[in-house]
Design a protein around this ligand. Structure first.
Ligand SMILES: C[S@@+](CC[C@H](N)C(=O)[O-])C[C@H]1O[C@@H](n2cnc3c(N)ncnc32)[C@H](O)[C@@H]1O
Ligand code: SF4
Ligand code: SF4
Length: 395
């Protein structure tokens, strides 16, 4: 590993962007950057410098969504870390430069210590704190909602809903009325809320009315995500027609313009490199190294399982693949993040050219073949390219 002792990286605390190392002392460096930028001592090579972490506090859940990648496998994680251990995890990650944390599950509101952990992360100094929840328990958690109003960090509740139509949502996720009650409560309380939806063959046609519905509810952010079919039975929900996917993405881009200023719409249905910002990255070596384009796993984002082990990407929980041998509390962080065999196996697949077509693609180096989970579940191997690649449709 290279000597990184007096090298800093600079992180935008509002947007989660990091820029390459600036050598010098932290005071000089700080003088060169604006207020929303933090100078962070760097202990790892920039390519694998983590900034974000998702903490899977539990795999327990009060719902049973048809496509879920974690809750059906909860027997794997009977030993959840206790409160103090999660606090140590937060300390370790912060020491290594992580500044954005997502409390997720399973259903994280099933953990009695959730508010305590969020408060702890805020006290340490995390810049961004996210809570990913199915929203069913939000309207009865007044103390939690009151508490998050006073955090120093940027805080957002990320909640899941797949349609504005009760039957469409409930056919896959359930609890529509309860979820809406939770969303209304949070919006009324003035807490930032984002809705995450998984786009499937069953709901894509109603996206335009869904966006309008959320705008009317006062929701300010929405994300449309790709389904990753981890079990063969989920394949009918997966949109495997690339031309259709392209059309849906185009229509989302139009909706984004139409609702500009009212809701921020993020369409994650195609490869991130096709989002329109790619060309700036392609010509800039430094940005290429640090860019979030492509898969963040094993580079920027750390996923911590309920028992403290890391997993390169959580979509491989059901396969028991790419999990570290030890918990993050049982060895040094570097030994796990940098040296663990399973984590590295995934990272090698990510850093080396994959599909021959990616090698000649001008976006190859930043896209690196896209989502490895989709490559695995749809194309049969993480060495294949993301099946959503629609570059040929643009020619
Ligand atoms: C695993 S859940 C955990 C948090 C919370 N229980 C919830 O449902 O929001 C986090 C997000 O992953 C999404 N998700 C679950 N399984 C998925 C899959 N196979 N493909 C894509 N997204 C999935 C859910 O819809 C949800 O938005
Ligand atoms: S609510 Fe979330 S964790 Fe629970 S089954 Fe649904 S997607 Fe999975
Ligand atoms: S492999 Fe896909 S699902 Fe997993 S972290 Fe990367 S982009 Fe996300």
């Amino acid at each position: 590993m290279d000597d990184t002792s007096n090298i800093y990286y600079v992180l935008n605390r509002d947007r989660g962007v990091i820029v390459p190392a600036i050598v010098g002392n932290s005071k000089q460096t700080r003088a060169q950057v604006g207020n929303s930028w933090e100078v962070v001592p760097r202990r790892l090579p920039l390519q694998i410098q983590p900034t974000n972490a998702s903490l899977y506090l539990t795999s327990n859940c009060n719902l049973a969504c048809k496509y879920c990648y974690i809750a059906p496998y909860k027997k794997e994680f009977r030993n959840e870390l206790p409160t103090d251990a999660w606090k140590r995890v937060l300390d370790i990650l912060y020491d290594y430069g992580v500044r954005f944390v997502n409390f997720i599950g399973g259903e994280p509101l099933l953990r009695k210590d959730l508010a305590e952990l969020i408060g702890y992360a805020d006290d340490i100094g995390y810049a961004g704190i996210e809570l990913s929840t199915n929203a069913t328990l939000l309207d009865r958690n007044h103390a939690l909602i009151d508490m998050v109003k006073n955090l120093k960090a940027n805080f957002v509740i990320d909640t899941s809903l797949d349609s504005s139509l009760e039957n469409q949502n409930n056919a896959v996720r359930g609890a529509y009325k309860q979820v809406l009650s939770g969303i209304r409560y949070v919006v009324d309380q003035g807490v930032m809320l984002s809705v995450a939806s998984v786009v499937t063959n069953a709901n894509y046609e109603s996206i335009p009315s869904f966006v309008k519905f959320l705008v009317d509810l006062g929701v300010k952010q929405m994300q449309l995500n790709t389904l990753i079919p981890i079990e063969p039975g989920q394949k009918p929900l997966y949109i495997d027609d690339r031309e259709l996917l392209w059309k849906i993405s185009e229509s989302c881009r139009r909706l984004k313009d139409e609702y500009k200023g009212r809701i921020s719409l993020e369409c994650r249905l195609g490869l991130p490199v096709l989002s329109g910002e790619s060309d700036a990255y392609v010509d800039n070596v430094a940005m290429r190294e640090t860019s979030f384009s492509g898969c963040p796993a094993t580079r920027r984002e750390i996923y911590v399982l309920p028992d403290g082990r890391l997993i390169a990407c959580p979509m491989f929980i059901s396969k028991n693949m790419f999990m570290s041998a030890k918990s993050i509390l049982d060895d040094t962080f570097e030994n796990i993040w940098v040296k663990d065999g399973s984590i590295n196996e995934f990272r090698r697949g990510l850093l080396q050219p994959t599909d021959a077509r990616c090698e000649v693609c001008k976006y190859g180096e930043i896209c690196r073949g896209g989502c490895k989970a989709l490559a695995y579940y749809i194309s049969g191997s993480i060495d294949k390219k993301d099946p959503r690649c629609t570059l040929y449709l643009q020619e």
